[in-house]
Design a protein around this ligand. Structure first.
Ligand code: PBG
Length: 331
């Protein structure tokens, strides 16, 4: 032993930027990132989302530009959310052929149709009713006001088929109804969309971190979603949800939110044999933006650390509102 008495010195591999880069276990790549985008029917100008600085509700025109920018940046995909002009009890605009989300999907497909550079982001759509219902719940209501699981499944099947018909490559059921993946798979297959994939929001928690998203989609929800989204206290249940979705034919599974559920993400990643996604949600975005705006944290450092941690915990695919900016930083 040397005179110092210290044999192992892990600091050696941290001594220079080159060494640190060489031994980094986790690396972000633009192709891992999915950019969520909001488009609102009838807008003539994009509307900033106050609680999500830098994010907007797009017009149809600016949506096309945002998707093209995502392609230029080499981003892996876009996740589209539509905000309709009219809402009703069953969310009928959600599967209307000319509903805002179907229009958005067609615009997104068109924006990348001519690309031959292999950097075409995958077009994904949120498959849920909450943006389209006047009560703001993710499903249709029974006469007693509760969310009716099985009646909602029929609606989800129809949403998924409408999205596939418009050109969605991936549908993403986010409503946490039991049996939703199997139902959507059946509906897609019956309609001939054998190649449209399902990204299942499998372990989706009832979370306070969705707060800013409610502004982003002009949500009308009163109350909460605790009868269908999961309780933050539970991890085993998250694994069960993921297992069920895998058994029902999910092509990818998701954990959401990401930052406060990295343990669940790790556990799902360890047992999943399909790609695992994680959604860094609106509140995670807003917290870092707000602290950075106050000069309390280093914005770029905090953003990269938060997203790297999500990848380190096992995410293959990361939905983040910073996707474009991160792609610029790391290219
Ligand atoms: C439901 C949906 C929500 C989010 C994505 N899909 C809201 C909710 O479940 O209340 C939240 C995303 C975010 O907060 O960034 N369609």
């Amino acid at each position: 032993m040397s005179t110092s008495g210290i044999v192992y010195r892990p600091r050696r591999l941290r001594a220079t930027p080159g060494l640190r880069r060489l031994v980094a276990e986790t690396r972000l790549h633009p192709a891992d990132l999915v950019l969520p985008l909001f488009v609102k029917e009838g807008l003539t100008e994009p509307v900033p989302i106050a609680s999500m600085p830098g994010q907007v509700q797009h017009t149809e025109e600016t949506l096309g530009k945002a998707v093209a920018a995502a392609a230029d940046a080499g981003i892996g995909g876009v996740m589209l959310f539509g905000i309709p002009a009219r809402r009703d009890a069953t969310g009928s605009q959600g599967d209307a052929e000319n509903g805002i989300l179907q229009r958005a999907i067609r615009i997104a497909r068109h924006a990348v149709a001519d690309r031959t550079d292999g950097r075409t982001p995958v077009i994904m759509a949120d498959t849920c009713l909450d943006e389209f219902t006047d009560h703001g719940h993710c499903g249709v209501l029974a006469s007693d006001g509760t969310v009716d699981n099985d009646a909602t499944l029929d609606r989800y099947g129809s949403l998924a088929v409408a999205q596939a018909r418009a050109g969605a490559e991936v549908v993403a059921p986010s409503g946490m109804m039991d049996g939703q993946v199997a139902m959507i798979r059946d509906a897609l297959d019956d309609a001939g969309y054998l190649d449209v994939s399902i990204l299942a929001y499998s372990a989706k928690y009832a979370s306070a971190f969705y707060g800013p998203f409610r502004e982003a989609v002009d949500s009308t929800l009163k109350g909460d979603r605790r009868t269908y989204q999961m309780d933050s206290a539970n991890s085993r249940e998250g694994l069960r949800e993921a297992d069920l979705d895998l058994a029902e034919g999910a092509d990818m599974v998701m954990v959401k939110p990401a930052g406060s559920y990295l343990d669940v993400l790790r556990s799902v990643a360890d047992r999943s044999d399909v790609p695992v996604a994680a959604y860094q949600v609106s509140g995670e975005y807003a917290m870092i933006e707000a602290a950075a705006a106050n000069g309390w944290i280093d914005r770029k450092g905090a953003v990269l650390e938060s997203v790297t941690s999500i990848k380190r915990a096992g995410a293959d695919v990361i939905l983040t509102y910073w996707a474009l900016e991160i792609a610029e930083w790391i290219k």
